[in-house]
Design a protein around this ligand. Sequence first.
Ligand code: GLY
Length: 370
Amino acid sequence: MLQSVHVELGERSYDVEIGPELLAQSGARIAPLLHRPKVAVLTDENVAALHLGALRDGLATAGIEMSSLALPAGEATKSWPHFERAVEWLLAEKVERRDVVIALGGGVIGDLAGFAAAVLRRGVRFVQIPTSLLAQVDSSVGGKTGINAPQGKNLIGAFHQPSLVLADTSVLATMTQRDFLSGYGEVVKYGLLGDAAFFEWLEVNGPDVAGGDMAARVRAVTRSVQMKAEIVARDETEQGDRALLNLGHTFCHALEAATGYSDRLLHGEGVAIGCALAFELSSRLGLCSQEDPSRVRAHLRDMGMKTDLGDIPGELPGAGALVDLMAQDKKVIDGQLRFILARGIGQAFVTSEVPREAVLSVLKDALATA
Ligand code: GLY
């Protein structure tokens, strides 16, 4: 059942290994990268309680010793104080230029540990061991690393590619259903942006993916990673096509800001609602059929996911305020909002030419039915 996806980036190329029980094989898989049998692991307290022992045992099978630092779980950890603590700990552990740092956790730990590896001694290698669905299909692949600033999310960081990604699909069993479905929002996004057949497959097999069927999970993660790898290989630093990965994200970022980056809306939930809104906008602009947004929403509903603005608990600001929040997104270029729109399911494209009135009208209608 094990799958391997190659991310082709010349001398920075690497493999993403996907499948069950990979933690148990971590020693054999990581040993070829090491100059000495010792690694430093950054993780969070929740993940440490669940999976650090399995990683230690897996590494020990190849005689690799590990030391670890468990930071508090949660987005607040992606900040200067925790970053400083992580870097100082790596220095105290005497991690050398030829050593390897391991990120064991979800997107927060992957981003922070990757950034720490990027700057430590001007750059050491790191291995991503993503433990959430969102991290397995998105944040662990592609080399975006960083932390949040008081001014906004992910404003401080670096492109630093991992040397290996081990996506152990067994560990997904420890996720809550809400967190899993939030990650599934990113999986659906891949079908919607570039692979209609994958979206059709998800329409049929999504319940098995969510229900824990291992073969279905491996297939969903593998196809998602293949698509991300192809896009990152074409456009590593997001000069063009990589922006396709932001389907649904312009709406999502405004909704996340409006809900204070709180538990009211998880990132992948915002992506799912954002994808539905992006298809609604595409349909209103005459780019895709009216059936496409209905089909997107129907699948999200079938999966028991947040689909419409009314699914977000609490009050939301008005349409004008949401558009203003979009304008603060770091992906705005020369003051122009950038949207990922679609000519149909699986046919997304990037554009800056979206009339503000059209966005306002989609949001007004979505708020009216909320
Ligand atoms: N998560 C979007 C990207 O990696 O570009």
